[in-house]
Design a protein around this ligand. Sequence first.
Ligand SMILES: [Zn+2]
Length: 297
Amino acid sequence: MTRFVDQAIPYPAAKDYGSRSKWPTLAVVWHMGEGKNVAQYLSRDPLRGVSVHYTVEQETDHWQDGEVVRCLPEDRISGSINPRTIRRGDDPDGYYGASHAKAALGSWWPETSPNCLVISVEVAGFAKDGPTEAQQRSMVALWDELKARYSKVIPLGHRDWQEVKACPGRTAGMKAAFAAMGGHGASYSEVRDVSTRDYASGRICTARDGSKLFDYPGGLSIGTVDPPRERDYLGVDRSGEYALVSSELDGKRRTAWVRAKAVSDIRTAPFPSLDCTDAVAAERERIATAVLAVIRD
Ligand SMILES: [Zn+2]
């Protein structure tokens, strides 16, 4: 995987508000840029002195979809949150709001400027549209890298700090990215809890052509079901919304989740030799190491 921190800084000009080394790093704050070529925009001393550590670009003449650009070293203070207008309440549905910011910052909230305590990321595109799938994958890759270096961080959105803007929005794409990071704000968990409790070896199902495959329930789409549609059937997650099936991705056999409604005709495998024990063991291993999750029986 790209180690973003090792990249040269192509746009070193995002505004630098000084050293952050006195403060702990407690959150990664996500924004939607309301435009494209965000790194270039930020390099031109934009209005209100906005700056971030990273951008996740969309496709333009200059960038590939999902390209991550480092604009400011992580030990410098960015300016992505106005410390003078910190909100004190939550949205009516509770998805964004002060309680999430507080969950991340603890006793640092609300007196210390959050800019001293966070890594900030501007995602190109619009809050009403959300990130593309390539951007979602880059967001999670960047998150995994930051989490490895700053063990206390949790994911936040701009709207946890300010209610003047929708940023970063409530699209399915943004929510999927948060879910793939382990959850947003106060609902963040390092343990991504999925279940194969209904697992029974020797069953197969038919998966609908073209239905999406997911990394785990509610997570990122990692491909689609191509023929053969007949798959080993390993069970459903605890919500019953997703089913775990065998799959082949990038030439490797592994398991993946599909929407349970895309699965039909669950039946005993016609061949007695069919056994998914290895696939389940591999899934446990993959999730335990790759995304810090456990599978509970
Ligand atoms: Zn924002």
